[in-house]
Design a protein around this ligand. Structure first.
Ligand code: VGL
Ligand code: ZN
Length: 198
């Protein structure tokens, strides 16, 4: 039974000074680097959006950042532009030990649909391919860290549990956006899905 550390979106735009900065996002780089040696497989995800991405408020005339739009696949928070393909902000934090990773998986690159989870786009049905990769590698025990706790980390961990993996989140190695109670909701949703939170 192999283990995998799934490091979610440790990119400059989610760190202080970035375009969708998460408070304290840079504080978890060192703890994440320290965790990597304890796992058989290390996977990094990278939020990777075209400039015309439907999750950007700037692509919805009159819409404010952090408002909610109805998309064909359900409600979608409209974010400030972030992690635009090939920009500096889409790059990993420079202190992250990227060389240790076995796989870097990009998500959110289709203009019309967001992808919080590392496993499925936000329609909850279009797979990224990560589940197949992990199963072929024999990894059944997954630990999630990175950014942001209440969005991409939570959605990834919940999908993992639903897919039949053991899923765990290490709270000291994640930080939240916490939009309108989203962190409390994410914690409850993870508990209901059987995700271990420690
Ligand atoms: C994320 C909002 C938009 C995340 C990504 O990594 O949690 N949040 N895109
Ligand atoms: Zn995004």
């Amino acid at each position: 039974m192999a283990s995998a550390l799934i490091v979610i979106d440790m990119q400059l735009d989610f760190c202080p000074g970035g375009r969708l900065a998460v408070a304290g996002g840079d504080e978890i780089v060192a703890p994440i680097n320290d965790l990597m040696a304890d796992y058989d497989t290390v996977v990094l995800t990278q939020d990777w959006h075209p400039q015309d991405h439907a999750s950007f408020a700037s692509n919805h005339p009159g819409a404010a950042p952090f408002s909610v739009a109805q998309m064909p696949y359900g409600p979608q928070v409209l974010w400030p532009d972030h992690c635009v393909i090939a920009t500096e902000g889409a790059g990993f934090h420079p202190a992250l030990a990227v060389d240790v990773a076995d796989l870097v998986i990009r998500k959110g690159f289709r203009p019309q649909i967001d992808s919080y989870s590392a496993f499925y786009e936000n329609d909850r049905t279009t797979p990224t391919g990560l589940a197949g990769y992990l199963r072929e590698r024999g990894a059944s025990d997954l630990t999630f860290v990175g950014l942001a706790h209440d969005f991409c980390v939570a959605w990834s961990a919940i999908d993992a549990a639903r897919l039949g993996f053991r899923a765990r989140v290490i709270e000291t190695a994640t930080r939240a956006i916490d939009l309108d109670g989203s962190l409390d909701r994410a914690r409850a949703d993870m508990a209901a899905a059987g995700v271990t939170q420690e």
